[in-house]
Structure formats: C-alpha cells, structure tokens
Design a protein around this ligand. Structure first.
Ligand code: GAP
Length: 505
C-alpha cells in the first residue's frame, strides 16, 4: 500500500511537472477538486476522446453523435429525478468539524477489511510460493472467510439502508462499526442529512424560482430530450445509439484522489435505444464490447473487473461497473446500465410530447428501452496515465522514467532532434518537422545532450525520437529510437510517415 501511495504521489507530481495537469486557479491557492489540463494533458485527453468517438460513432453505422448544451430547461432535472433524488448522505464530525459522505465512510471501512484479506493472501503467497492458489485460499482459510463474512454482512445492511433512504439507520451503522473521524479520531457524529449535488445558477435578470437552472450533472439527459430530433432527422432505425462527450458538474462533498472525483469533469456517454424485451441481450453485448475497448489499449485484463450491481436503481433492470485498479485500489471507471424506458417515459410525461418510435417491422409504436454506457474521461485519463508511468532500471544500473502510453494516445508521436546545433543539422531537422506536422503532433528539440533529450521524451511518452546527424545530410537517412525498447534503427526520411503510421494505429 505504501508503494501505491508513493506511486500515486509520483503520478500527481509528474502530471504537473511535465504540463499534463495543473490545479485550477493555482496562483490563488487553487479551487477544490477542479483541475486544468496543460499543454500535454489536452493532447492526451483529445486523443482519448478521439479513440472513444471513433470506436463508438465512426465504427458503428447505427450510432451518431450529439453536442447538446450544458444549460437545459429546469424541468428536465425534475423529470429525470435529479432534483428530488440526486443526493449524497452527509455526516459531520462535531470535534474536527469535518464533513464526510456517510456511504464513503462505510465503503472505506469495507475496503480496510478487504485490505486485511489481501495481506493474508500476500503472507500465504510468501509461505507457499509457486504452489499458492488464491482462489482455493480465499474459499478455505478461516480468517479470510471471517473477513469476507463481515464484508458481506455490512454490504447487505448498507444496501438495504441506502435503498430505503434510511438516514438514521446509516448513522447507526457507522456507530455500530466503530468508525472514527480520521482527523479527530472520535465517534462524535451528527445525524446524516441528504445533500443535492447539482450546482444551481440563474438565467436572465429576473430573480425568481423559475429562472433557476442547473449545470448538468450528466450528459445523458441532453441525449434523451433530443431522442426524437435525432431519430427523425437522421431517419434512425432501432436499434440505434446517440453518443456525446461533454462537461458535467457535481458538487461532490468528498472530492479527492486528484482527477478521480472532480466537481467539473467530462463524460463520454452513449444511449442505445432498443426494442423492449431485447434490452438484456444488448446489455450483455455492451458490457463485453466496452471491456474490449479498454483492453485494446494494451492494459492487462487483471487491472479491470466487473462489478455487477446487486441492488438496482428503481428504473434499471441490470447494471454493472467496469472497475479499474487505480493506485488507490479498484474503483469505478465506467457504468453500463439497462435503464428500461424510464427516462423517455418521464420526459414524455413532463413535456407532454410523445417520445415514441414507430417500428415498421412490427407495425407498432412503443417507447424504446435504453442501454447506457457512461465513462468518465478524466478517470480514463488517470487510469491510462497512472498505469503508464514507470521507473525502469537499465542494464547499466541507471534509472529512467518512462510514460509508457499506447502510441496512439501519446501527445507527441515523434520528436525530431538534431545531434548538434550546427552544420546545417537544425535546418534539416526542421524540414523533417515540416514534413511530419501535417499528419502528426511532433516536437523539435535541440537543447542539451542527446541522452537528456531522449529522457525528456521518454518522460512525456513520445514513442519515437528521430535523430538527424551528418549522414542525414549526405544520404537522407535518420536514426529512429523507440521509447520502449530504446533500440535504434536507420531509415530513409521518406519512410518516416509510413513507419509512424504503422506503429501508432
Ligand atoms: N449517466 C449516468 C451517470 O452519470 P455515473 O456513474 O454517475 O453515471 C458515470 O457517472 C461516470 O462518470 C463514472 O463511471 C465516472 O467515470 C464518471 N464520474 C462520475 N462522477 C465523477 C466525478 N465527480 N469526477 C470524475 N468523474 C466522474
């Protein structure tokens, strides 16, 4: 765990040092849980968006895009249930005056018990060596079984209380589990209260309630309210999807873990409209499809796991999260939900407009069912970035920091480096930059010794360094050094475009 904490600190420091992520408003001491993406961060983020958009929209002829406004009619949030139910249960510690999410306190408590299970496994692994079988151990070891029973009992009680919106019961559970405030160390808790997560603002100049707008807490509702517009104007036939990437805002009470939980963040969501009765089939399709998307980044399967929801929201008939093993443990990265016809029906009811589809094959109209895939862009950034950052010990005993990003996502695809700053090499290198920049983000760098320049590019994840030397002037060839293997090969300048293309797609 200590190692993981160290790694996480390095991730945050590296992101800032190399221009990926800065705290917002830093010269004014920052703004809680709001971050800015720097010169390299914006490139990586755009590449992730493009990867998502291409695989969802470009590769599916029955999925189209949308860019709906952040401001929407306030009744939308009444219809969607966000005004009445988009709440987090809050609890304060009277001694430290610190505020917590009651559900997070309980989840953290369960995570601590899970840590104990992991420690038992590590100990046993050391004892049994190669012969260790984790599955067998966790299903037979008495201590582990007892820890697991505790987790299961807490989870069952917690789910029941959350479903029943039983705030007194949640407080009692916190007391029964002996949870203390991490700051004051006391159990002097207030009652649990509900806190709505939407940011409200005013539109126009008249101050009255009807002008209260909300910053959208999810992009999905912009898709639902445009269902008919897109279906009719695009002559879409069910099953079809609408995809959208955009900002969402939530007044998170416990905003922490860097860009994992932010107050302003981006979502990449897709609503897939299907025939009633076929939704579970499509749910399973998207569940597998979305995991495949993650795995295509080359991150190992064991870093991901599904978390199927046992207790479902009242409008859902199936739900799963794809969790990723962040440096602070497995946490939700993406949600896949079978949302039934809840949202379209509610918007029909609240707007008075019939949001239905006439199915020519069945010769009847119905309200489509919806499968939603919803992934946080910032969380995806954090997953990819934290997995990619590594310290490597080289054969000569020295170390290097490498950002082992999938080449397709790297901010710069190549750096062009003249070996020395004279003899016409910078001019030749600039010619190569001009050739490549029509197709790729490339960087020119002539400062410092070549070894240091390689290290700088390693640290920002550039997959290829192209070095220009005296032979380049004579025969038009360059040396290409690969980030991961550090191996170098000589090739004609004319081959560069094809080489980069073949290795970054
Ligand atoms: N439309 C469904 C929806 O919004 P959600 O589980 O609340 O579902 C979907 O959010 C995804 O958005 C999450 O899996 C997560 O990746 C991301 N997300 C949610 N809240 C976030 C926050 N405060 N900061 C960063 N990402 C967040």
């Amino acid at each position: 765990m200590a190692n993981q904490e160290e790694l996480f600190k390095k991730v945050v420091a590296h992101a800032k040092e190399y221009g990926f992520i800065f705290p917002s408003s830093e010269i004014y001491d920052g703004l809680g849980a709001v971050y800015d993406y720097g010169q390299l961060g914006v490139e990586l983020k755009n590449n992730i968006k493009q990867y998502w958009w291409r695989s969802m929209v470009q590769f599916h002829e029955n999925i189209v895009g949308l860019d709906s406004a952040i401001f929407m009619h306030p009744r939308i949030w009444k219809a969607s249930g966000h005004v009445d139910a988009f709440n987090d249960p809050l609890i304060d510690n009277r001694d430290s005056k610190k505020r917590y999410r009651a559900d997070v306190l309980i989840e953290d408590h369960m995570a601590k018990i899970e840590d104990k299970i992991n420690k038992e496994c590590e100990k046993a692994h050391k004892r049994f060596g190669e012969a260790f079988d984790r599955q067998q151990f966790v299903t037979t070891n008495a201590r582990v079984l007892d820890y697991q029973r505790q987790i299961d009992e807490i989870r069952a009680r917690y789910a029941e209380l959350m479903n029943a919106n039983d705030l007194d019961g949640l407080k009692q559970l916190i007391l029964d589990l002996g949870i203390v405030c991490p700051i004051s160390g006391t159990r002097n808790w207030t009652d649990v209260r509900q806190f709505n997560l939407m940011f409200a603002t005013k539109m126009g100049s008249v101050i009255d309630d009807s002008d209260t707008l909300y910053l959208r807490p999810e992009t999905a509702q912009g898709i639902f309210v445009n269902f008919l517009n897109v279906q009719k104007s695009g002559r879409m036939k069910i099953p079809f999807g609408i995809a959208q990437i955009g900002k969402a805002f939530r007044n998170e009470i416990v905003a922490r873990q860097f860009i994992f939980r932010m107050r302003e963040f981006e979502q990449m969501e897709m609503q897939f409209f299907v025939r009633p009765g076929s939704e579970l089939e499509w749910f399973n399709y998207w569940k597998e499809e979305r995991l495949r998307w993650h795995l295509a980044l080359g991150i190992p399967r064991e870093k991901y796991r599904y978390h199927d929801h046992e207790k479902l929201a009242h409008y859902a008939n199936a739900a799963t999260d794809i969790e990723f093993e962040f440096p602070f443990g497995f946490k939700e990265l993406e949600g896949i939900h079978s949302r039934t016809d809840f949202d379209l029906k509610r918007h029909s009811e609240f707007s008075g407009k019939k949001l239905q589809y006439f199915d020519p094959d069945l010769n009847e109209s119905y309200t489509p069912y919806v499968i939603e895939t919803s992934i946080g862009l910032d969380r995806t950034f954090l997953a990819i970035f934290s997995h990619a950052l590594m310290e490597e010990t080289l054969e000569d005993g020295s170390t290097r920091t490498v950002l082992n990003l999938p080449p397709m996502l790297a901010p710069y695809k190549a750096a062009v480096l003249p070996l020395v700053k004279k003899d016409g090499l910078p001019e030749k290198a600039r010619e190569i930059v001009d050739l490549l920049k029509n197709h790729y983000m490339v960087q020119y760098d002539e400062k410092d010794a070549i070894g240091r320049r390689y290290r700088r590019q390693d640290a920002i994840g550039t997959p290829f360094c192209i070095t220009v030397d005296n032979d380049t002037l004579a025969d038009g060839s360059v040396t290409v050094r690969r980030r991961d293997t550090m191996q170098q090969e000589r090739m004609p300048i004319d081959n560069l475009l094809m080489y980069i293309h073949n290795n970054t797609h």
